[in-house]
Design a protein around this ligand. Structure first.
Ligand code: ARG
Length: 694
């Protein structure tokens, strides 16, 4: 069993012996050390939501293509379409700076559980508890940020049973160095997403820049490539089935303690709403994206994000049903109840009944919230509220204050309208409003009133058209004109603004009764985890993922043989399989001509395996989730053998329960990455930067 997303500071005590048995050659100190350079110094959080690694002594960063997707799309235009054609900088000077991209280095972490929990007691309300904890958190941040040099984050684990702080250093000048075209980086598209066998070259290269002294600095021509503390060596040696494999990265969220009733709520209410609303947006967006290339680029990233979780959530529904996950959780909860009843304290007796009652009460609300959440992904649904609120504030200030606020507001306007395509926005908004009013219960009062008058989709479209035409938010020009000559009545009467405000107010609305139930749930859930850990005192536990650095270890291992795979064993694929999927001109399965030529000539250089095939993707049984995308897969010597980029649909229940037999990590073989850089792109100067291990 290779379940577990472990803290680096616990490896030595909890996992090291096991890891060594499986093939790890490094010492714990070589993985995580506060005083000496170690592996952890090469692992960064990328752009807030992904992982990346430093692979050269000049700050070269490797991550997934899908992690850089938004940046690559942003840097692309119809004339210089890097998303579709790829991009390779020949010199440092040619590297491209996206507007906002940062990487975060991990400096150290520590346990502050005792100190935090000393601030609270059983009699506090949840609000009092939170206030006391926040106060202590602020102190811990202050004590450890070295006068602002570092970012310090204190986080709760096991839902408020433990606390750790993390010290980070952020670099904000990060530039695009190279990317394959989408037909390689996203080969297989949404059809292959979350699927095995896979044939995707899901990687892109960036570079971290620093000032002359190696410190973080805002973008400047004078910045220089960062000299990192440590960079990963890159292995050309390949691997076999059952070889040790470990992954360090930033898994985003798992819910492994989720109670049975919570799983049922997701399967029956929350996820179906999510899936339906996502698909609704995707279908409308696609119509406009297919017509105009610029619209396609401007919405590429938003579309990909929705499509990714659309498929994920459907996969979760299917897997949770198939594996009867709720049923097996309920069994464990019954045992826990028995244990709780036998304890001297009453503390744990009501925990499960409270949790179950909470979920029963919130089923319909969770369905509503998911419809509304997807509706609010429409930019034009939230933009009026955001700008309008700022305007209200803006008009109430004196003139000196206005002059001071104006640049910030202008930057925000620029950002909110950037690439906004009104015909698409209006259509998505109308279609989502129609769906929301038909399917959700207890909807925003304004939408309910409107629905009485606009029941068909055509009515909703006519309505949205009409209010958009009149609205000061319809375009950047219209809004800028309004801002230069603001009028409070006009703002208040703008119906798009009213609608936007009504939707956001509904999203945040919480009755006293709802709040009371949430507090009860929060407390019960904390006690449930505490109790379950006491119930099994000898079990090794790891906390749910929450975007903090973790290590998972396991091995290279096949899935049960799939006849659609090209390779001899079902733990890897080769370029032969890519070519077998090739469909000329297809949006998802096209291939660049150059790649086909290289394939036909078998011009694989030093990157072929010992049978002469070019390896493409492979499987391990590491425990990862979204956020780990871009994480390095390392062999027993800590050398880079691959780049994690996905999970498999059969194991989509993995968010709430780890499946020993089916759960896999899907990675790009580093030899495919190197082949593409070297033979496909001809960027041999980048290969020369690496520390290759042959
Ligand atoms: N499923 C991957 C993840 O969530 C993202 C894959 C992106 N590729 C794609 N074809 N959409 O990490």
């Amino acid at each position: 069993a290779n379940e577990g997303m472990w803290f680096l500071m616990h490896i030595e005590r909890l996992n090291y012996v096991d890891m060594q048995k499986m093939g790890l050659q490094l010492t714990p100190e070589e993985i995580y050390s506060i005083n000496n350079n170690s592996l952890k110094d090469a692992i960064v959080q990328f752009g807030g939501g992904c992982t990346a690694e430093i692979i050269s002594d000049q700050g070269l960063v490797l991550t997934n293509h899908h992690c850089g997707y938004g940046n690559i799309a942003e840097l692309s235009t119809e004339e210089n379409d890097y998303l579709n054609n790829g991009f390779w900088a020949k010199t440092f000077k040619e590297e491209l700076k996206p507007a906002n991209l940062s990487v975060r280095f991990f400096v150290r972490m520590d346990d502050v559980t005792e100190r935090m929990l000393a601030q609270v007691n059983e009699n506090m309300s949840e609000d009092e508890r939170e206030a006391a904890l926040n106060k202590e958190m602020a102190k811990i941040q202050q004590e450890n940020n070295e006068g602002g040099k570092y970012t310090v984050s204190v986080k709760s684990f096991y839902s408020g049973n433990e606390y750790y702080y993390f010290v980070y250093q952020d670099y904000n000048d990060v530039r695009l160095v190279g990317t394959p075209p989408k037909s390689i980086g996203k080969f297989g598209g949404d059809t292959d997403n979350w699927e095995w066998p896979r044939h995707t070259g899901d990687f892109a290269l960036f570079r971290v820049y620093a000032d002359q002294d190696g410190n973080p600095a805002e973008y400047s021509e004078n910045n220089v490539p960062l000299k990192p503390k440590y960079h990963l060596p890159t292995s050309l040696k390949g691997f076999e089935e059952n070889d040790f494999a470990m992954i360090l990265g930033y898994p985003g969220r798992t819910n492994r303690w989720k109670p049975a009733a919570g799983i049922e709520q997701n399967v029956e209410y929350a996820y179906p709403a999510w899936v339906e609303a996502s698909k609704t947006s995707m279908d409308v967006m696609k119509k406009y994206m297919d017509k105009k290339q610029q619209v396609n680029l401007d919405y590429a990233s938003a579309y990909a994000g929705i499509a990714n979780y659309w498929k994920n959530r459907q996969g979760m529904i299917d897997a949770l049903k198939k594996h009867k996950t709720a049923k097996s959780k309920r069994k464990a909860e019954k045992k826990f109840q028995k244990w709780a009843n036998k304890q001297a304290t009453n503390k744990y007796k009501d925990v499960m009944p409270t949790i179950n009652a909470y979920y029963e009460r919130t089923n319909k609300a969770s369905e509503h919230d998911n419809y509304l959440m997807l509706l609010l992904r429409t930019r034009i649904a939230t933009l009026p509220y955001r700008l309008g609120r700022t305007m209200e504030y803006f008009s109430s200030q004196n003139e000196a204050k206005q002059a001071e606020l104006k640049p910030r507001l202008e930057a925000e306007i620029e950002n909110l309208y950037d690439g906004l395509y009104l015909p698409l926005e209006k259509d998505v908004l109308a279609t989502q409003l129609h769906l929301y009013s038909q399917k959700a219960s207890d909807i925003a009062p304004m939408v309910k009133d409107l629905d009485a008058k606009h029941s068909s989709l055509a009515d909703w479209k006519a309505y949205v058209d009409a209010i958009a035409k009149e609205s000061i938010f319809r375009s950047q020009e219209a809004f800028t004109a309004f801002m230069n000559n603001p009028d409070a009545d006009m703002l208040a009467q703008d119906e798009l603004y009213q609608l936007s405000t009504a939707l956001l107010n509904r999203y945040r609305a919480k009755s006293d009764e709802e709040k009371a139930w949430e507090d009860k749930y929060q407390k019960a859930y904390r006690l449930m985890i505490q109790g379950m850990r006491k119930q099994n005192p000898d079990k090794k536990y790891y906390p749910d993922a929450n975007s903090t650095l973790r290590l998972t270890y396991g091995k290279v291992i096949a899935l049960p043989k799939d006849k659609t795979n090209d390779a001899k064993k079902n733990y890897y694929t080769t370029l032969q399989g890519t070519v077998a999927k090739y469909q000329p001109g297809d949006e998802e399965f096209d291939m660049p001509k150059k790649l086909i030529e290289l394939y036909e000539k078998k011009d694989f250089g030093q990157y072929a395996d010992k049978d002469g095939y070019l390896p493409v993707n492979f499987l391990t049984d590491n425990d990862i989730t979204g956020g780990n995308s871009g994480s390095p897969v390392l062999n027993g010597n800590g050398e880079l053998i691959g780049l994690a980029f996905d999970g498999n649909i059969e194991a989509m229940a993995g968010d709430v329960i780890f499946d020993d037999k089916l759960q896999r990590t899907i990675s790009v073989d580093i030899r495919y990455v190197l082949f593409l850089i070297d033979k496909y792109a001809g960027a041999t100067h980048l290969i020369d930067e690496l520390t290759l291990v042959k």
